[in-house]
Ligand binder design. Structure first.
Ligand SMILES: [Mg+2]
Length: 248
C-alpha cells in the first residue's frame, strides 16, 4: 500500500490536525503535537512532485498558533472554508446567520458552567468537552439544545462534544478536491480522526488514493491506525518510501 502511494507521479499528503498530528486537549492552544509527524510533513513538502497540507476544523489563525509549518506546506482552516494565502469573504446574509446562531448558542452555554461558544470566520460552535468530563448528562442535554437551533438555509453538524453551525458549503472534501487539482496530484493520502474527516475520505478514489482513519468509529477510509503515534509511524514510512522512489 505504502510502496504504491510512494511511486505515484505526484503525491499529495493531507492531514487533519487535532487527534491526528496532536493529542486532543481541553487546552486548545496547548495541545501536545507529535514532532515526528511534523518533521515528516515538512520533509514531504520539500521533495519534488510531493505536496503536504494540514486541513483542520480550527480557523486558520487558530491553526497557525499550534501548527508550526508554513509554505510550501499548505494550510486549510475552518473545515476547508479558509486557505492560507487565499481570500475568503462572508456575505451580509452569512453574517446575519452567524450573529443569530451566536446569540442562541450563547443563551444555551450560559446555563452550563463549562460550555462555551467558539467563533470562527464561517462557523459558530457549542463546545462541551470540559462539561462532559464533569457531567456527561448535562453535556448531552446542552448538545441536544444546540441541535434545536434552526440552521435556516445553512448547515449544522456534530463532532466530538460539539454542535457546529456553518455559513459555508466548504468541507474537508471540497477542500481536497479543489487543492488536489491545484497541485495536479495523482494520488492523495488523507489522515483524520473525527466524523468531519469522513467528508474528506468520501472524495478519495481509493485504492489509488488512501484514507487513514485514526482511532475507532465507522469510516470510509481503507486504512486504520490506533493513535497519533501510529500516524507518525505511517508518515515516516511513507516518507522513506517516497525518498527512495525519487532517488531511483
Ligand atoms: Mg481531528
Amino acid at each position: 500500500m505504502i510502496d504504491k502511494l510512494a511511486s505515484t507521479p505526484r503525491l499529495f499528503v493531507v492531514s487533519d490536525f487535532d487527534g491526528t498530528l496532536a493529542e486532543h486537549s481541553t487546552d486548545i492552544y496547548g495541545v501536545p503535537v507529535n514532532q515526528d509527524s511534523i518533521a515528516a510533513l515538512s520533509a514531504f513538502a520539500k521533495l519534488p512532485d510531493t505536496f503536504a497540507a494540514a486541513l483542520s476544523g480550527r480557523h486558520l489563525e487558530g491553526l497557525k498558533r499550534v501548527f508550526p509549518l508554513r509554505a510550501p506546506v499548505m494550510l486549510g482552516g475552518s473545515h476547508g472554508a479558509e486557505t492560507e494565502g487565499e481570500d475568503s469573504a462572508l456575505t451580509e446574509d452569512m453574517k446575519a446567520f452567524l450573529d443569530r446562531v451566536d446569540d442562541e448558542l450563547n443563551t444555551i452555554a450560559a446555563d452550563y458552567e463549562e460550555a462555551f461558544v467558539e467563533q470562527k470566520p464561517f462557523h459558530r460552535g457549542l463546545h462541551v468537552k470540559a462539561l462532559s468530563e464533569r457531567d456527561p448528562q448535562a453535556a448531552e442535554e446542552a448538545l441536544a439544545r444546540g441541535l434545536e437551533v434552526d440552521p435556516g438555509d445553512y448547515f449544522v453538524s456534530t463532532g466530538k462534544n460539539l454542535v457546529e453551525f456553518s455559513a459555508t458549503t466548504a468541507n474537508k472534501g471540497t477542500w481536497i478536491e479543489t487543492h488536489r487539482t491545484t497541485v495536479d496530484a495523482t494520488a492523495v493520502v488523507f489522515l483524520g480522526d473525527d466524523v468531519t474527516d469522513e467528508d474528506g475520505f468520501a472524495v478519495l478514489n481509493q485504492p489509488t488514493d488512501l484514507g487513514v482513519k485514526v482511532g475507532d468509529g465507522d469510516t470510509a477510509a481503507h486504512l486504520r491506525v490506533r493513535d497519533i503515534d501510529e500516524v507518525a509511524t505511517f508518515l515516516q514510512a511513507l516518507l522513506k518510501a517516497r525518498q527512495e522512489f525519487l532517488a531511483n
